[in-house]
Design a protein around this ligand. Sequence first.
Ligand code: MN
Length: 228
Amino acid sequence: MTQYTIETPPVTALPVAGQDAVFPVRRIYCIGRNYAAHAIEMGHDPDREDPFFFQKNPNNLDTSGSFPYPPHTSDVHHEAEMLVALKTGGTNIPVEKALDHVFGYGLALDMTRRDLQGIAKKAGRPWEIGKAFERSAPCGPIHPVSEVGHPSEGHLEFKVNGEVRQEGDLNQMIWKVPEMISYLSEYFELAPGDVILSGTPSGVGPVSKGDTMELSIDGLGTLTVTVT
Ligand code: MN
């Protein structure tokens, strides 16, 4: 048995709706600008160019229901997204086979220090400082495919303190879930435990301490998170 020199870091695992077993997370891939209206609001061309991805860290996921306002920012934005959890992986996965690799779907927020991301973009630097900070990915339980199928359409609604801020439909994704999986698998070796945040519709904006954020997607329930 392997002896570790220090205490082994805990495995981040997400609850699974209706099951006792939890879903261990290996990597998080996040797609950028996957809804045309959001690409436009961020000042970009909504044409279908190649997708691009960035990563958060597995332990940025948080199911506590609270989001601590992070340091070194005064402009933290919400991005409401559907999470896709993979049970198997591989390379060069064809689009037609991609959904066979999905374990389930859930709700997640890609919280963003927009001011720091903006500085990084301008300087041509990586985005981690704006995206991959502590507890930057509040999320809910995973709903297994056996329960919810593969949602390719469904209303997405995100509210702050009861007021609708983001609205869209899963069918508005520029790159659909099977295409994202296939594309990623050409560049990376996907593996069990990988999750994908599938992008956000338009309406992103700032939150403040004390705000209650509420995301729902048809068939996937509701995620409620308080900014603390
Ligand atoms: Mn995002």
